[in-house]
Design a protein around this ligand. Structure first.
Ligand code: ADP
Ligand code: ASP
Ligand code: MG
Length: 417
């Protein structure tokens, strides 16, 4: 008998029929003798609906109230799932984040989990109940409800699994695993049977939304055996069959038998580029610009400072597209007059495309194959950044799908014919 955590995403919880299927699957695991904790997301579309409602009232919603609203989708889900389990004769109890409690910091809309009290959950499990805990939400030190950022239920599930030392965390979603790239963009993307923790971390941070990055961080920090698999299969299939399906995140490099140089391609449409033109080319300029951006709590991704020519230079960086307006405001009001820059330009029509693979550590020529492939497609590269196991480029966003498909082909990632 093991303690198992299941997470079900929005599509998996998308209708009462699907919720009944989730209940059937959970009941099957429970009947096999496992202690079950289940972390569902809101029904698909629900979180978007709630956020849109908030924005009808306040264009820039008050963060505390936005979390109070956005967190309710998961509360409906846990109640419905508990009822569905009871209908099958399985004793179940639902909890909101604050009832566990799942403690977070106070960063509304992007809170971080700080600790999870497992006493109440353990008592219920010992009494033979299935425990259902809301994804996506927690409670801050002042008793406010917080949310963990979009896609945050993944993080709730892995954090619960870590806190409870679960034997496995199974992330059920609407695809049957982690693919070489988003199968919605590249039809012949291939499912990876295993993916190393480091590659998964890069892919999540570079935009593959199959797992929220913090869930991967938790999995790595606490070595939680985590598998991504489909909720759309027959809920009564054998446990043995389920446990070899999907994609397992591995922590040992040797376990990664596929050994491709490039394992996956990630992309992110949420980028925006800003350029500060004609700044004086002298020490301290990067700090004068980025210090103000950091003070405004804006995350910066890629940075480029060009070589100066006439004593001035251009300074470009990327931010999340949602923060472009705020970034331009800081640059125009605080930075431009202070450093004497010529102009500030914002560009929301960019995207980031990245290739990821631990094989890059031991192979040369990977970046150049990427650049060659993009040049053959006539795609201009605006910015480049590299690390040990990834190369990212910023492109005009209309080329995103073309770039992803061409790179997928160039690195031989497609399914065997
Ligand atoms: P859930 O609601 O279950 O959390 P998400 O929509 O958040 O599901 O994540 C699953 C989606 O992630 C898939 O439908 C797929 O389009 C997308 N995705 C992006 N990159 C990948 C990838 N490399 N492998 C699999 N799915 C991916
Ligand atoms: N319901 C939340 C969202 O849509 C959390 C999640 O689905 O993981 O972002
Ligand atoms: Mg998700």
């Amino acid at each position: 008998m093991s303690l198992i955590v299941h997470k079900y995403g929005g599509t998996s919880m998308g209708s009462t029929e699907r919720i009944k299927n989730v209940a059937r699957r959970v009941a099957k695991w429970h009947a096999a003798g496992h202690q079950m904790v289940v972390v569902p997301s809101a029904m698909s579309g629900e979180t978007n609906r709630l956020i849109a409602l908030a924005k009808e009232i306040q264009e820039q919603p008050d963060p505390r109230e936005l979390d109070a609203i956005a967190s309710t989708g998961e509360q409906v889900s846990v109640g419905l799932l508990a009822m569905a389990l009871k209908s099958l004769g399985v004793d179940a109890v639902s909890y909101a984040g604050w009832q566990v409690p799942i403690r977070t910091d106070s960063a509304f809309t992007k809170a971080r989990i700080e600790s999870i009290d497992d006493a109440r959950v353990r008592a219920d499990l010992a009494a033979g109940k299935v425990v259902i805990i809301t994804g996506f939400q927690g409670i801050d030190p002042h008793g406010n409800v917080t949310t963990l950022g979009r896609g945050g239920s993944d993080t709730s599930a892995v954090a619960v699994a870590a806190a409870m030392k679960a034997a496995e965390c199974l992330i059920y979603t609407d695809v049957d695993g982690v693919y070489t790239t988003d199968p919605r963009i590249v039809e012949d993307a291939r499912r990876l049977k295993v993916v190393s923790f480091e590659e998964m971390l890069e892919m999540a941070s570079l935009g593959s939304k199959v797992l929220q990055i913090r869930s991967v961080e938790f999995a790595g920090k606490y070595r939680v055996p985590t598998r991504v698999l489909s909720s759309l299969t027959d809920p009564l299939m054998s446990l043995e069959e389920e446990m070899v399906s999907g994609t397992l995140i591995t922590f040992e490099e040797a376990e990664n038998m596929e050994q491709a140089v490039v394992s996956g391609i990630a992309f992110n449409r949420d980028e925006a580029k800003v350029t500060v033109r004609g700044v004086p080319d002298r020490p301290g300029i990067a700090y004068s610009i980025l210090g103000k951006i950091a003070d405004a709590n804006i995350d910066v991704d890629m940075i480029i400072q060009n070589q100066g020519s006439d004593g001035t230079t251009d300074f470009s960086f990327t931010v999340h597209r949602n923060e472009l307006a705020k970034t331009l405001d800081v640059l125009n009001t605080q930075v431009k007059p202070a450093v004497g820059a010529r102009e500030v330009i914002g560009d929301a029509k960019v995207c980031k495309v990245s290739i990821v693979g631990i094989g890059m550590r031991s192979h040369v020529g990977i970046a150049s194959l990427m650049f060659k492939t993009l040049s053959e497609e006539g795609i201009n590269i605006q910015m480049i950044s590299t690390s040990e196991i990834k190369v990212s480029v910023i492109l005009e966003d209309k080329y995103m799908e073309l770039a992803v498909r061409a790179l997928h082909r160039a690195f031989g990632l497609e399914k065997a014919a």
